[in-house]
Write a new protein. Structure first.
Length: 384
């Protein structure tokens, strides 16, 4: 009887009053101890209110029902098809909605609807995957900032592939604890590409020089990343990512050896040659010309790099035996490059040789890194 009077009343009531009454009816349906027939009548009234011509009334209904798991399903499904002010509160909160229903909206909905889905209190791995795959950058950014989003590794990788050049997405990914190292390396490369596209850089640096600088910086960052963050399975994953993306070059391997990262070299040779880890380590420990030649040939490396790689492996063995294990990495790298350069000068005299030039660039970069470390220590001592 009360519901019947309510339905009769809303025919002539002002919009504001109808909105207030709608909100009250929805709360009564959810939280009051109604008899079964009263519950059914109230649900019928809520369904009828979906046809109210005033958006304010439907908004009131959406806000009242949005967060409840007990909201009538047919009402919720109708509300999410309404105009954005009505649909968005429901999409952002309703536990009644299924992932499949939300996935459809990620593909075909408006931007506010997509962002509302990405901001839900809980975003399942399957829904996160859909957002990462087809969602716009704004929705992906909202999802990355949402602590309730459950992101699988493959979704993180897809986000990096699609939007790694977008600063806000890239920074959100890089700030995530435990981000897999191969994804982190992908983002480093995309950051380098983005920097290379800056108009200021393009104005003062030629295309060829810019490409070389970006590649050099990315290679350096990759080797640093491998040294500091990649161990065991993480290192294997990084190497596989580099191989599949065409980045596992002789430059990376030589730079890694110069920095004393033999583990990166071993993992790379295992990946490139299909030899066992034990077999590769035996060749590395031997470091004879025949062993290194056989290993590099199996890995598909040019014979041009053999003297440099052999020299690096021998220098690593000698320095590892002679130096204190606590010696700073920059100092170790400086001694490595000096040794390799001295050996390399005896093999090739051409100053323009690209490998020789590469080693000279390493020497310059390492010297600057060592100087920065010394300056930082000096500043710490003065501050104390």
């Amino acid at each position: 009887m009360i519901v019947a009077k309510f339905l009769s009343w809303i025919e002539t009531a002002p919009v504001e009053r109808r909105a207030e009454a709608t909100s009250a009816l929805a709360r009564a349906y959810l939280y009051s101890d109604l008899e079964p027939f009263e519950k059914q009548a109230a649900e019928t009234a809520l369904t009828i209110l979906l046809d109210d011509p005033a958006p304010m009334v439907r908004e009131a209904l959406a806000h009242a029902l949005a967060a409840s798991p007990y909201a009538p399903r047919q009402v919720i499904l109708t509300l999410i098809q309404d105009i954005e002010p009505v649909a968005v509160p429901v999409l952002a909160a309703s536990p009644v909605l299924l992932d499949g229903e939300l996935v459809d909206l990620i593909a075909d909905g408006t931007l506010p609807q997509q962002m509302a889905v990405a901001a839900r209190p809980s975003v399942s791995p399957s829904l996160s995957a859909a957002i990462a795959e087809v969602g716009p950058v704004e929705a992906c950014r909202v999802m990355l900032e949402n602590p309730g989003a459950q992101l699988a590794v493959f979704s993180l990788r897809r986000l990096a592939e699609r939007f790694g050049r977008e600063p806000m997405v890239r920074n959100a990914l890089l700030n995530m604890p435990g981000l897999p190292v191969d994804i982190r390396q992908m983002l480093i490369v995309q950051l380098g590409d983005a920097l290379g596209q800056l108009s200021l850089v393009q104005s003062f640096v030629s295309d060829e020089r810019r490409s070389a600088l970006v590649k050099d910086a990315c290679d350096k960052a990759t080797v640093d990343l491998a040294f500091c963050c990649a161990h065991g399975d993480e290192l294997v994953a990084l190497v596989e990512h580099l191989r599949l993306s065409g980045q596992l070059t002789a430059d990376i391997l030589i730079r890694g050896l110069c920095m004393g990262n033999v583990e990166l070299f071993v993992a790379a040779m295992v990946s490139l040659s299909d030899l066992s880890d034990k077999r590769v380590r035996a060749c590395v420990s031997d470091a004879s010309e025949s062993a290194v030649r056989a290993l590099c040939r199996k890995a598909g490396l040019s014979e041009r790099v053999l003297p440099t790689i052999q020299s690096a492996l021998i220098a690593y063995q000698d320095l590892s035996e002679d130096l204190d294990p606590e010696v700073p990495r920059s100092r170790f790298a400086r001694l490595m490059v000096d040794r390799i350069l001295s050996d390399y000068d005896g093999v090739i005299d051409d100053e323009l040789d690209d490998l020789h030039a590469l080693l000279r660039r390493f020497a310059t970069q390492i010297a600057r890194d060592e100087a920065r470390e010394m300056r930082a220590k000096f500043q710490q001592v003065n501050a104390a």
